[in-house]
Design a protein around this ligand. Structure first.
Ligand SMILES: Nc1nc(=O)c2c([nH]1)NC[C@@H]1CN(c3ccc(C(=O)N[C@@H](CCC(=O)O)C(=O)O)cc3)CN21
Ligand SMILES: O=c1ccn([C@H]2C[C@H](O)[C@@H](COP(=O)(O)O)O2)c(=O)[nH]1
Length: 270
């Protein structure tokens, strides 16, 4: 956040809000050193966990999120609650085009277990054949079976060494104030969950950003957040009995020792 505030260039964007932006930035979090949930503002982990469980189900309708009080995808869904073939669909049922589909999550876990030195441990959500028509709104695209938004977290790769599982995410577009704290926690948790079901420890989460931006209407919030001193990292406990990636439920996660500064509200650019 500080890097983009100090070194970013002014850039217009799709939403008409305006941003300060840097192209290309990388962060690394050692998951043995605690759970990387931002402490300089209180983050709503409940939304993050439910969103991740919803991706893993292969679900693309906001009904599950709504039932669990999560509203972060409301602005982009069609009247029927559909988002089109977004993350859940690409992760669990990538369309081969011949009526069959690929469950990338099941396949990557199988490869991590049987071929841990593989350099092909990749899951991709970027599928050019279902990208939205940019002349239409997200809701209109979703209603027509296209993605409401092209995926922001486009692909991730795993790496196994010394009994530890690391994960690197390439995120093409990053809303540093609102989206990024969610994305870091979500992928840290996914890495821990996949490590557990593969009998590995969690290693590093590496977060590589493409267009890393601060929206112009978040600048006051950014100054508030940057004036705060971070607290030590909390710890995430995951029910150790779960051995199947699709069997996790909300109650299997307990965050311990999360001390955070007060929440900071900000408008989301649609
Ligand atoms: N401009 C923009 N930024 C994003 O981060 C984003 C999108 N659009 N579109 C798709 C998804 C939806 N995501 C979102 C959307 C809203 C919040 C948000 O408003 N967060 C508030 C409230 C949290 C809550 O209700 O749980 C926050 O203070 O973190 C966060 C992530 C991430 N993505
Ligand atoms: O997981 C997410 C999803 C979305 N974002 C942000 C990044 C951008 O600010 C918008 C998407 O707009 P595009 O014009 O499609 O890039 O949403 C995020 O940070 N994290």
């Amino acid at each position: 956040m500080r890097h983009v505030r100090d070194h970013g260039v002014e850039k217009t964007d799709r939403t008409g809000t305006g941003t300060r932006s840097v192209f290309g930035y990388q962060m690394r979090f050692d998951l043995q050193q605690g759970f990387p949930l931002v402490t300089t503002k209180k983050c709503h982990l409940r939304s993050i966990i439910h969103e991740l469980l919803w991706f893993l189900k292969g679900d693309t309708n906001i009904a599950y999120l709504k039932d669990n009080g999560v509203s972060i995808w409301d602005e982009w869904a069609s009247d029927e609650g559909e988002l089109g073939p977004v993350y859940g669909h690409q992760w669990r049922s990538w369309d081969r085009g011949d009526g069959t589909s690929i469950d990338q999550i099941t396949e990557v876990i199988e490869q991590i277990k049987t071929n841990p030195d593989s350099r092909r441990l990749i899951v991709s959500a970027w599928n050019p054949s279902v990208l939205p028509d940019t002349r239409l709104s997200p809701k209109e695209n979703a209603a027509q079976g296209k993605q409401a938004l092209p995926p922001c977290h486009t692909m991730f790769q795993f790496y196994v060494h010394d009994g530890k599982l690391s994960c690197q995410l390439y995120q093409r577009s990053a809303d540093i104030f609102l989206g990024v704290p969610f994305n870091i926690a979500s992928y840290a948790l996914l890495t821990m969950m996949i490590a557990q079901v593969c009998g590995l420890e969690a290693g590093d989460f590496i977060h590589t950003l493409g267009d890393a931006h601060l929206y112009s209407n978040h600048m006051e919030q950014v100054e508030t957040q940057l004036s705060r001193v971070p607290y030590p990292r909390p710890h995430m406990r995951i029910n150790p009995e779960v051995r199947d990636i699709f069997s996790f439920s909300y109650d299997d996660f307990t965050l311990e020792g999360y001390q955070a500064h007060p929440h900071i509200k900000a408008p989301v650019a649609v």
